[in-house]
Design a protein around this ligand. Structure first.
Ligand SMILES: N[C@@H](CCC(=O)N[C@@H](CS)C(=O)NCC(=O)O)C(=O)O
Length: 203
């Protein structure tokens, strides 16, 4: 049984979504923001003192996108594609973590995550510009297919869309990125995503 430590209103959302897509049995161990994630028990599964973490038998992992790669590997194709598409999924996963997420978080912290008095409009604008530049790249890579790698939803979609969920659900301006917006709408309205979103909304 996959055990996801975290809460749906955090990056654990991505892992819950991946588990739903995989159709694998899983349980959520509710560790929320606050002292719980710094407790000795939680530090055993995530020494960073952050959420999410995952246990699957003897395997303990942290890093939401790595957890998702493991969940996809457990599920097999099409969520975890083989051959060159596996390499493409790794590319998009690393791009999500290193290119998209820093800009998305800079925008997020300074528009909706921090209390209003702690937000910096200049930082928000810089984050928006940085994210927009990455979305230009993504817009150019999304073709006529419904998903990043073709007709099938894969872990590449789950990981990159998962990183962009905050922007999508907090009214980031996707003007000029119509294909990105349509792809995100498609991803987040899949039954598995709706199930993960329902958990998030219920929290
Ligand atoms: N790169 C990590 C980031 C984990 C992370 O920063 N999680 C947030 C919640 S979404 C957290 O635990 N923040 C608490 C803290 O930084 O003290 C991942 O993707 O799992």
């Amino acid at each position: 049984m996959i055990r996801i430590h975290g809460v749906a209103k955090s990056r654990a959302f991505r892992c819950i979504w991946a588990a739903e897509e995989a159709g694998l049995p899983y349980e959520v161990i509710p560790v929320g923001f606050g002292p719980g994630m710094k407790s000795a028990a939680h530090l055993k599964v995530n020494p960073n003192g952050k959420i999410p973490a995952m246990e699957d038998g003897a395997l303990v992992l942290f890093e939401s996108l790595a957890i998702n790669l493991h969940i996809a590997a457990r599920a097999g194709a099409p969520l975890n594609p083989g051959g060159d598409d596996h390499s493409r999924a790794m590319q998009w996963t690393l791009w999500a973590a290193t290119e998209a997420e820093p800009a998305a978080m800079q925008w997020a912290y300074n528009t909706y995550l921090r209390p209003p008095a702690e937000r910096d409009a200049g930082q928000a604008a810089a984050g928006a510009a940085g994210l927009s530049a990455r979305l230009d790249v993504l817009e150019g890579q999304l073709g006529a297919n419904p998903y990043l790698l073709g007709n099938d939803f894969t872990i590449a979609d789950c990981n990159l869309a998962g990183v962009l969920f905050g922007a999508w659900s907090n009214n980031f301006d996707f003007g000029g990125h119509a294909k990105v917006k349509a792809w995100l709408d498609r991803c987040f309205n899949r039954p598995a995503a709706l199930a993960a979103r329902a958990l998030r909304d219920a929290a």
